[in-house]
Every structure is written in structure tokens, then in C-alpha cells.
Design a binder for this molecule. Structure first.
Ligand SMILES: *Cc1c(COP(=O)(O)O)cnc(C)c1O
Length: 380
């Protein structure tokens, strides 16, 4: 019995698109070589500056998914043969390694047990052993395991070294109030279909003054220097993802109207509520230091795939595991969700568990969630 209104999407990318953004995306296209586009583009850039809490114009947008901006980081800030440390504790950490190797960097892999955060001291030790390191590549929120790596602590280490800190914040920027300039991050990457609540196809790449001084010209399409020159003038080197840029302006307005501190508090509250809900159901949270962007669950004696499929029958899509976690976990995204959206997914989870023979007291997880939420709710 599928709900007639269609599927609810609780996957960590793509995420559901708020009505305000859908209204903008539904409009007729405008041409990009016009004052109208330039004005909207420059306004979007001003809003993005507010989001990253930075006065400088050091960022570009690309028409690509998030991985494009990851590749751009590898190409624009490093030369062939440069040594980099990649933190590998999940599928997206592995992507840094693959990208680095493909572009002929010397990649030193810092293996982290999947489900755990990197120990900043381990990075510090490895940097001491490899003083010629030019970069440390890491995820903020490792979406494949649901872990948050402590970016602030890592920046405290890299800022006193010659290594640039390159952060894939694809499921972190727009959820956490990240201040790359203040924290000492050098390169920050994001993508449209996660915390920005847009369709896929737009990526963002922010960089520090230090990183800017090391720009290379190895890339053509993803050339940061050329894009930056155009984009600060309100244009782009190639045809931009026009509708997504206009959508991004709306997304940034939504985030900034709520305020990034409050956005982060909302996601923290959802995260806490979901943790209590899973506890009540006897389901364990997989990561040790969970990202507040998603809830990652590792059921003990029930197949996560069976559960995911059962939930889909009731019109709720959650994500399974990736790589070596395939079939072992399921993931529920919080991105683009209000606190009142989560009881939907919990209700469907309860029904799915029951149908798979699990003992459930109906309403128990929803009740635990609501308890946690109302305890943490500030009314204005
Ligand atoms: C989704 C995701 C990516 C990949 O982004 P695409 O848009 O699929 O290219 C990379 N890193 C993290 C942490 C992600 O969540």
C-alpha cells in the first residue's frame, strides 16, 4: 500500500527539496550572459560569504556533483608528486585516495576503523614522520559511516605545518556552523544535493589565502584561478548551472534566515531524538562520534536490507550501507528536515520491524523522540 502522495526521501543525498526552493527551480530559465544573472549570482556569492563567515571572495561554484569539487581540490592545490595524508575511515575517505593517486600525488593513507573518528594525535604523529607533507585530506562528516571527524582539532594541527587542510564538507556545510577561516581550514568542498537541499549538479569550493597562494594551472574545466576571476565579476568561465545557482540563493536565504547556529541546534536536537528513539527500539547507533546530519543504525539480528525494503514499501526511502558496510547498516538523513518530519520515518520503521517479526511496542520510538525533542526545545 504505497502512499498516494509518493515517496518520502530520507537518504543522505539527494534530500527533499523545500517548497520555497522548488518554486524557484520551476521558473523559466534566464540567460547567463545578462545583467539579471550577474546580479543574482553576485548576491548568491555575498550570501555564501555569510554562510562561511568570511570576508574574502575565495570560493568558486562548479556545475558538477560534489566529487567534481573534490577533484578540483586535488588538481588546483597540489602538483604531481606532492605528498598528502588521506584519512580513510569510509567510502568517501577512499575517494580522496583514488583521486590523489589518479592525479599522481603520493598518498599516505591514515586508516581509521570504520565507525570511528580520526584521532587528531595520529595525524600529528604522521605529519611529524612526513615533514614534506603538502596536504591532509579528510571528510568532516563521513556519510558512509555516519562519523564526524573533529575538523577544528585537525586545523589546530595543520595550521602550524606546511600541509593544507582539505575538508570534504559535503554533508557538513549547511548543517554545522562551520567557520573555515576562523578554524584554519584551507580548502572546503560541498555539493548541492545534501545540506543545501537542492537537486544534484552544483558544487562549491572555498579556500584560504594560504591555499590561494599555491594555486596551480593543472585543471582546465575545474580551473579555480580562471573561475575565480570570472565569478568575482558575476560571470562564469563556462555555462553555469543557472537554475541551481538561483536555487542556491534561495537555499542560502533559508539557512541564513534561520541562522547557522540555530540550524546546527535543530540538527543536534533531531540527532539526539533519533538516538533515543533507536535506543528504545533496541537498535544500536553505528558510529562512535555521530555526525548530526544523519542517523546510522547497525541492527544486530535483523537484516538492514530487508528493513530498508520493507520501509520502501510504505513509501519511505532510507539508505543502506556502502562499500564494506553494504547490508550491515541503514542510514536516515536529517538534512532538509524539520524536527516534526522525523516521526514519519520512525512510524514506518516501527511497522517494518514488526512485519519482519521484531517485537515492537507501537509508538515507543516516536514517544522517545518526542520526549527528547520537547526537552530540548526552546520556544520563542
Ligand atoms: C555525497 C558525498 C560525496 C559525493 O558527492 P557526489 O555529489 O555524489 O559527487 C562525497 N563526500 C561525501 C562526504 C558525501 O556525502
Amino acid at each position: 500500500m504505497k502512499p498516494f502522495k509518493g515517496e518520502r526521501i530520507f537518504t543522505p543525498g539527494p534530500v527533499e527539496i523545500p517548497d520555497r526552493i522548488r518554486e524557484v527551480l520551476g521558473r523559466q530559465i534566464i540567460h547567463h550572459r545578462t545583467p539579471e544573472f550577474t546580479e543574482a549570482f553576485l548576491e548568491t556569492r555575498e550570501l555564501f560569504k555569510q554562510l562561511v563567515d568570511c570576508k574574502e571572495d575565495n570560493f568558486v561554484f562548479f556545475a558538477s556533483s560534489g566529487t567534481g569539487a573534490m577533484e578540483a581540490s586535488v588538481l588546483n592545490f597540489f602538483e604531481e608528486g606532492d605528498k598528502v595524508i588521506a584519512v580513510v575511515g569510509g567510502k568517501f575517505g577512499e575517494r580522496w585516495v583514488e583521486l590523489g593517486k589518479r592525479w599522481k600525488l603520493k598518498v599516505v593513507e591514515l586508516e581509521v576503523e570504520w565507525g570511528k573518528s580520526v584521532d587528531p594525535e595520529a595525524v600529528e604523529r604522521l605529519l611529524k614522520e612526513n615533514p614534506d607533507t603538502k596536504g591532509v585530506l579528510v571528510q568532516a562528516s563521513e556519510t558512509s559511516t555516519g562519523v564526524y571527524h573533529d575538523i577544528k582539532a585537525l586545523a589546530d594541527i595543520t595550521r602550524d605545518s606546511d600541509a593544507l587542510l582539505v575538508v570534504d564538507a559535503i554533508t557538513a556545510l549547511g548543517v554545522y556552523s562551520i567557520k573555515p577561516h576562523e578554524w584554519g581550514v584551507d580548502v572546503l568542498v560541498s555539493g548541492s544535493q545534501k545540506a543545501f537541499m537542492l537537486p544534484p549538479g552544483l558544487s562549491m569550493l572555498w579556500f584560504s589565502e594560504r591555499a590561494k597562494s599555491q594555486l596551480t594551472d593543472r585543471a582546465y574545466y575545474f580551473n579555480v584561478r580562471e573561475e575565480l576571476k570570472k565569478q568575482t565579476e558575476g560571470q562564469t568561465a563556462f555555462t553555469p548551472a543557472i537554475s541551481l545557482i538561483l536555487g542556491l540563493r534561495e537555499a542560502l536565504l533559508i539557512l541564513l534566515e534561520e541562522g547557522m547556529d540555530k540550524v546546527e541546534s535543530r540538527y543536534r536536537l533531531i540527532s539526539k531524538g533519533m538516538e533515543r528513539a533507536m535506543e528504545t527500539l533496541g537498535l544500536s547507533i553505528f558510529p562512535k562520534n555521530p555526525s548530526i546530519s544523519l542517523t546510522t543504525v547497525k541492527p544486530e539480528d535483523i537484516s538492514s536490507e530487508a528493513l530498508r525494503k520493507e520501509m520502501l514499501k510504505l513509501g519511505v526511502r532510507v539508505a543502506g550501507g556502502q562499500g564494506k558496510l553494504k547490508g550491515r547498516i541503514f542510514r536516515i538523513s536529517h538534512m532538509g528536515m524539520d524536527i516534526t518530519d522525523m516521526p514519519v520515518v520512525l512510524s514506518v520503521l516501527e511497522i517494518a520491524l514488526k512485519r519482519l517479526g521484531y517485537r515492537v511496542e507501537f509508538g515507543s520510538s516516536v514517544g522517545a523522540y518526542l520526549e527528547a525533542i520537547s526537552a530540548g526545545l526552546g520556544y520563542e
